[in-house]
Design a protein. Structure first.
Length: 81
């Protein structure tokens, strides 16, 4: 077990060995919870990583260029007015 200090902003440092052991890197998202008076931290999937490439998949499914899609949507908006 290691000791860490809480900063004025409520931040803590996770020691290097723990980060290495858990594969935690700068920018990773951690989920936090309180269980039986203990703080539990666990790695969460980074949302930006899970969404990477979604535009390409949508483009393949829609079989339309994003520029064409935006033009079409703007045209629909103008027609509704």
């Amino acid at each position: 077990m290691s000791i860490t200090k809480v900063s004025k902003k409520g931040q803590i440092t996770i020691h290097r060995q723990m980060r290495k052991e858990l594969g935690i890197e700068p920018g990773d998202i951690l989920e936090e919870a309180v269980e039986n008076g203990k703080i539990i931290l666990k790695r969460s999937e980074n949302p930006s990583v899970s969404l990477r490439g979604i535009g390409k998949k949508a483009k393949r499914r829609l079989r339309v260029d994003s520029t064409e899609l935006v033009r079409s949507m703007r045209k629909e908006d103008r027609e509704e007015l």
